[in-house]
Write a protein that binds this ligand. Structure first.
Ligand SMILES: [Zn+2]
Length: 451
């Protein structure tokens, strides 16, 4: 381990050991852990706290601002979140989840992957640039949310408050980096070339309820049926009538980029998806991931009606998780659902959010990103723009930035443990890679190229 990596390890271990678990109810969050984390960051990264302006946003989000002496272009912002999900089933872990033990070449612990290693790599990169006397001709921001892992109202969400704060100051950003994509060490189908996945958009997470009210009454006199039966028919209608497939520009670019690594038959379809539309549809029907990229999806996840078996329900409802694809809106999806509802079942959106526009593979920032990836990970790296199916904090920044890159520049190897799972862990060996990457990107962004 060289001297740099030793430092990265110490930093990551230090913050993994602080259990910054967020919860839906603020009152259940132990805020003293966030205070501890901030204290740790001050001690680990004194130069950042000394040279950058910083402020707390909302309850515990942090926003740092490196002001350029001669700003000539749009700022760059780096994101990560400070909070983690709980570590239940502690006894199943090989090492206690907040021990940050080093074993088998990895740091073990909740948050090591999601997403504290992103946070430390960004802080380490900025610190080293400060040490080097780097003079950017653009401003740099660091924005670390405190409640990414939980659903909460906008007034409390760090990732809503921070871009709002920037917007009020008239800040418009050139590009943003956040968690999401990484570089897969081994390519698809045993291909030895690495693959860089860059999230350029995500689907909008929504909740809709299908419901019907009725008279209720005694279960001995049901008549023709109950409102629960009608809601069940509505659920069946939803599953029988998925929204039609269509190709967004991002998904088209995604498939094109994947084509060279597929077998011959699939490669042909991916390279020209419109020409081979029927075959693409066939593939998508057997592939959940591809299916989700081609339309807004409905997942019926919860239902409720009467509280007792012998009471007719006076209200029945089914809740759906709806992931809206760019091109649809909360309203257009509601209209679609209403058009297929049987038996007078009604539809309402209970958690509503339109999808944010996708970033473009044509921007100069994207070109700079792909250039840097090839320099750091090798010229043969396959670069794949991606539509993320899950949601992240960064989608809320689209009001202040057109190029939101969900890309952490980490090298994903077989050693990685899964985020949110038992035995989450991060290999030590490649902790230097994102630091190197971010420094290089910023130097290239500066004055066109400085390398
Ligand atoms: Zn995360």
């Amino acid at each position: 381990m060289n001297e740099h990596t030793e430092k990265y390890v110490k930093h990551l271990q230090g913050i993994v050991q602080i259990p910054t678990v967020s919860s839906v109810n603020d009152l259940h969050t132990d805020w003293s852990q966030f205070d501890k984390l901030h204290q740790f960051l001050q001690e680990a990264y004194p130069l950042i706290f000394e040279k950058l302006e910083w402020t707390t946003i909302g309850k515990a989000s942090l926003l740092f601002h490196w002001k350029s002496a001669h700003p000539k272009k749009m700022p760059v912002l780096f994101m990560a979140h400070q909070d983690v999900v709980p570590a239940i089933h502690e006894d199943q872990w090989r090492h206690p989840p907040f021990s940050a033990a080093i074993d088998d070449g990895c740091i073990w612990g909740r948050g090591s992957e999601d997403c504290k290693s992103v946070l430390t790599s960004e802080m380490d990169a900025i610190t080293e640039l400060l040490e080097d006397g780097f003079e950017p001709d653009f401003d740099i921001y660091l924005s670390f949310g405190h409640n990414e892992e939980v659903q909460c109202v906008d007034e409390k969400k760090g990732s809503v408050l921070a871009p709002k704060y920037l917007q009020e100051k008239g800040v418009k950003l050139g590009c943003i980096f956040d968690e999401g994509g990484y570089v897969e060490e081994k390519g698809f189908h045993g291909n030895p070339t690495p693959v860089a996945l860059i999230g350029l958009a995500e689907k909008a997470p929504n909740e809709y309820v299908l419901y019907k009210d009725g008279a209720g009454g005694h279960a001995s006199k049901p008549g023709k049926g109950t409102v629960l039966g009608d809601v069940a028919r509505a659920m069946a209608a939803v599953e029988a009538n998925p929204m039609p497939y269509r190709l967004t520009p991002l998904v088209k670019a995604h498939l094109k980029a994947l084509a060279p690594s597929q077998d011959k038959k699939v490669a042909k379809i991916y390279a020209h998806p419109k020409k081979h539309w029927d075959e693409l549809v066939k593939l998508a029907k057997q592939d959940r991931e591809l299916d989700a990229k081609l339309h807004t999806t409905f997942a019926i996840t919860m239902a409720e009606a009467s509280a007792q078996a012998n009471v007719l329900p006076s209200h029945a409802e089914a809740t759906m998780s709806v992931r809206i694809l760019q091109g649809d809106t909360v309203e257009s999806v509601k209209k679609y659902l209403e058009s297929i509802m049987p038996c007078g079942v009604q539809v309402k959106a209970t958690f509503a959010e339109d999808p944010k526009p996708a970033g473009s593979v044509e921007s100069k920032e994207y070109a700079l990103l792909t250039e840097t990836i090839k320099e750091v990970f090798g010229d043969d790296t396959q670069i794949v723009p991606n539509l993320m199916l899950g949601a992240s904090d960064s989608r809320n920044y689209s009001s202040v930035c057109d190029n939101v890159f969900r890309f952490s520049a980490r090298l994903k190897t077989e050693q990685w443990g899964e985020a949110h799972q038992v035995d989450e862990r991060m290999p030590v060996e490649h902790l230097d890679v994102p630091v190197k990457f971010f420094k290089r990107f910023l130097k290239k962004y500066n004055k066109g190229s400085e390398e």
